[in-house]
Design a protein around this ligand. Structure first.
Ligand SMILES: [Zn+2]
Length: 198
């Protein structure tokens, strides 16, 4: 069946989102048609503003609307620790736990030789540069427990250990192949507690 063009366009838009198939996209599109015009406008504005106003922190590369980000700018944070994650969503997962008080570094990816992604293709050089400052004493590698996440952890260990900075990896117990963002707070908190030397 052929929908009027504006609906087809809306359905196509929803289908670009992860986990949304044609059926769900259709349902969402028709739901939007039944929403109040003000609510639709607010929603559309939120989409555009999020994209326009958010950038990455020039120090840790976490998503932010001001530079440096709130975490890097917080004087109560422990600057001797950097937790290395693959994605901004992982920072949100760690922050939800409310136990970790150090800083972060978001790599925006992981090393994957199979896909031709090397250290230079992610925010690795920037991390190595941050470590040249004497304040950092421990790097907690919290990349995902996947092949790419492990390869990244190995690389970090090789690069950082000779500098004398402690390198630790989150303890097992996180679902293998699963993302950090899906770990519940208790599991994540235990994984940080039980982190091991790399
Ligand atoms: Zn930052």
């Amino acid at each position: 069946m052929q929908y009027p063009a504006p609906i087809s366009k809306l359905i196509d838009g929803f289908m670009k989102l992860p986990g949304i198939g044609p059926k769900t996209a259709g349902r969402l599109a028709f739901h939007v048609l039944n929403m109040k015009e003000d609510d639709v406008l607010d929603f559309a504005k939120a989409l555009v503003n999020a994209k326009r106003d958010l950038t990455h922190c020039s120090s840790c590369f976490y998503i932010t609307d001001k530079d440096p980000c709130l975490i890097c700018d917080d004087s109560h944070r422990d600057r001797s620790m950097i937790c290395v994650v693959e994605d901004s969503k992982d920072v949100m997962a760690m922050e939800k736990m409310q136990e970790y008080r150090g800083l972060y570094h978001v790599l925006h990816g992981a090393i994957s030789p199979m896909d031709g992604i090397g250290p230079e293709d992610i925010r690795m050089p920037e991390l190595i540069k941050r470590l040249q400052d004497d304040t950092v004493q421990e790097v907690i590698v919290a990349t995902n427990p996947s092949i790419e996440g492990e390869a990244t952890a190995m690389y970090l260990s090789r690069m950082i250990k000779p500098t004398g900075i402690r390198v630790t990896r989150l303890a097992h117990g996180l679902p293998v192949g699963g993302d950090l963002e899906y770990a519940d707070e208790v599991t994540l908190s235990r994984a940080v507690e039980g982190r091991r030397e790399l």
